[in-house]
Write a protein that binds this ligand. Structure first.
Ligand SMILES: C[S@@+](CC[C@H](N)C(=O)[O-])C[C@H]1O[C@@H](n2cnc3c(N)ncnc32)[C@H](O)[C@@H]1O
Length: 647
């Protein structure tokens, strides 16, 4: 039984065991911000309490998506990549073609090969030969297309599956008109497990063309270091006449072949050798493939991609990676791709990556933030709503220039855009890219924290709610003579606890985790909602038990009444401070320990207590909000700003 919120540290393997997942999944969960490591730059150390709490939330069904994420790498399911379709008609056709391929067990590479032949034939690019000849003859001689002939020959020779009559049906199907249609069909027939292992989630056209439109010029050299079937390469080909300037690399040989055919079709009148290479960009990548005719190593004007997020590497790979990329401690694939690509960027060049939002503020990614901040110039960060339907994380698109500059960073949020001082990232702990804080916010937060204050760090008792380990067994919906009400997060609102509709027979020894009983039975305590993007605190003097969606705080700052803390933390200004500083959907003890508890005169404390009494009797919170603004001497315009930002 866990007594109360402790500082006990446990290892990654113990964490994996407690959560019933692999150590790799633990690392992935850290990268995505589902759980935090306890010590900076050390990815094998966790707070036992955090792990217990996460486990209970998964068991209680609170985090179904996280649970299924753990199993995704083994999934045999296929998914239609909804985000890639432009019309319903396109989706329907792709669904029919994919179903045909799967129903007839056509192996994936053959299916892509036959689809490519279909498209080339329709475009009149197989002049002088036929699909049958391409399949069976020693030599392929497409008229005026030596390079295309060579590519098809080498792809054909790599196919291992025996050709069946159904394969020829693929030559006849009508394929929707889209420059990367083979890639979209490929995404629809790939099983989820394989996609997840290599991070093979292709980027929707709209996002790709926005990026290329913003950062690339027609005479640039362009690289996508993990190009898939060539989404970014195709978008760049829209603005340049010169296919020789387009470079791509991918570890997936099928995708590389599809990308090459896509480019051949795009420049249908040219006979050229697409510079798209089948290689591991991070490990066995032979730099000589990127040498130019003069044997000079190519550097690029422009690099853009959506790299794999959270790829799995084995021990041997990790050893090499740590050696090649000593800057990166996290083992995260997108960070390796960033370092590798930035090293290949020309002076004055620009790079744009689609990344999970966790790169901005999760502690374990401070390595790559520091590397970028210290060596390059971040010119723009855009927050994107969920781009990928079947991927949990939201995304951020980061543009980085290989120049020295002190220019501000352009921030594009879901609802507005503004500029912020680049240097601030360097002053933040863990190099956090706190893009939600604009210059007006920075001023207001500075003002708040310039008043004399204490914090709850070492000035409070913290306790977690009960984790029963089996809610259906221990929680009842009816009151009886043995049980008592138990408070859940959803019962807690600002200043109020609604009558709980669940009951528990409090037998701590049977539960997976409880705090020391004295904390629940304390004469008075604050109860706060754990999963919330707002601070929601209520007062309890009925010694009630809570479940772990509602945690317990007993402030111990001498001279400051417990209800004053409740009032401050519930006020509008504190919602703003919390949201700006942490942009979190979890209210963590570490967050609360950073909030200021201003040092006030007795009459000010008393006035707050009077306002609390009125609120408890049914008055609105408005007067309290105004009074808290007054305490921190905020001006009218600043208050208007705060109000406009609080969610
Ligand atoms: C998220 S997809 C992006 C594909 C394409 N750039 C796009 O944005 O649509 C990631 C790609 O990285 C490739 N990949 C994964 N690990 C790689 C590696 N070590 N070297 C090269 N490519 C890799 C995968 O095969 C996949 O095509």
């Amino acid at each position: 039984m866990k007594p109360f919120q402790s500082e006990k540290h446990i290892s990654a393997s113990e964490t994996a065991q407690m959560l019933g997942i692999s150590e790799t999944s633990v690392k992935n969960w850290v990268r995505h911000g589902f759980i935090e490591t306890a010590v900076n730059d050390k990815d094998n150390c966790f707070l036992e309490d955090d792990v217990i709490s996460l486990r209970s939330r998964i068991l209680s069904g609170d985090l179904k998506r996280l649970n299924s994420r753990a199993n995704k790498s083994n999934s045999l399911k296929t998914f239609m990549p909804e985000e890639l379709f432009e019309t319903e008609e396109e989706k329907r056709s792709v669904s029919e073609i994919s179903s045909f391929i799967m129903r007839h067990n056509v192996d994936v590479s053959s299916a892509m090969f036959f689809l490519s032949l279909n498209l080339l034939q329709r475009k009149g690019m197989l002049e002088g030969t036929s699909p049958e000849e391409i399949l069976y003859s020693q030599d392929i001689n497409i008229k005026k297309r030596k390079r295309l002939s060579e590519t098809l020959l080498s792809w054909r020779d790599s196919l291992t599956a025996e050709v069946k009559p159904e394969f020829f049906e693929i030559l006849k199907v009508r394929i929707p008109d889209h420059s990367n249609i083979t890639g979209i069909i490929y995404q629809s027939i790939l099983i989820e497990g394989d996609k997840s292992k290599l991070g093979m989630y292709y980027t929707p056209d709209k996002v790709v063309s926005e990026i290329i439109g913003r950062i690339a010029s027609p005479d640039n050299t362009f690289l996508d270091p993990c190009c898939g079937t060539g989404q970014f390469l195709l978008a760049f080909s829209d603005i340049t006449d010169n296919p020789e300037n387009i470079y791509g690399i991918d570890i997936d040989p099928i995708a590389v072949n599809v990308a090459k055919i896509n480019l051949f079709m795009k420049y249908s009148n040219a006979d050229f050798n697409p510079k798209i290479f089948y290689a591991d960009s991070l490990l066995d990548f032979n730099e000589s493939i990127l040498m130019d005719d003069m044997n000079r190593f190519s550097e690029f004007d422009c690099i853009a991609t959506n790299p794999p997020w959270g790829s799995h590497f084995n021990k041997k790979e990790l050893k090499y990676l740590k050696n090649y990329y000593p800057e990166i401690l996290s083992g995260e694939s997108f960070s390796y791709f960033l370092v590798k690509s930035l090293r290949m960027l020309k002076t004055g060049g620009v790079l744009s990556f689609v990344l999970p939002e966790s790169i901005l503020n999760v502690k374990i990614h401070s390595d790559i933030r520091k590397y970028i901040f210290n060596n390059y110039h971040i010119s723009r960060i855009e927050q994107k709503k969920k781009i990928f339907k079947n991927v949990f994380s939201t995304a951020a698109v980061i543009d980085i220039c290989n120049i020295e500059s002190t220019e501000d960073v352009e921030i594009v949020n879901i609802c507005d855009s503004y500029k912020i001082d680049n240097e601030r990232f360097g002053r933040n702990s863990n190099f956090i890219f706190d893009i939600n804080v604009d210059s007006a916010d920075e001023k207001i937060l500075g003002k708040v924290y310039s008043c004399p204050y204490l914090t709850l760090k070492e000035n409070a008792i913290w306790a977690l709610g009960v984790v029963t380990g089996n809610n259906s067994k221990y929680i009842q919906e009816e009151k009886n003579q043995w049980n008592e009400p138990v408070i859940k997060g959803k019962d807690v609102s600002s200043f109020r606890i609604s009558d709980p509709d669940t009951f528990i027979k409090f037998e701590p020894h049977k539960f997976q985790q409880t705090a020391d009983v004295s904390f629940y039975r304390s004469k008075e305590k604050l109860i706060y909602k754990y999963i919330s993007n707002r601070l929601i605190f209520a007062y309890d003097k009925e010694q009630r038990i809570t479940l772990n969606s509602a945690n317990i705080l007993i402030p111990q700052i001498s001279g400051v009444d417990i209800k004053v803390i409740m009032a401050l933390f519930n006020s509008e200004l504190y919602q703003y401070i919390f949201q700006k500083k942490f942009s979190s959907v979890k209210v963590l003890r570490s967050h609360l320990e950073e909030l200021p508890v201003p040092q006030l005169k007795e009459e000010q404390y008393n006035y707050i207590l009077k306002l609390v009494k009125e609120i408890e009797a049914g008055s609105s919170i408005d007067d309290l909000n105004e009074y808290v603004y007054k305490i921190f001497k905020l001006k009218k315009s600043e208050i208007v700003h705060v109000k406009s930002r609080v969610k």
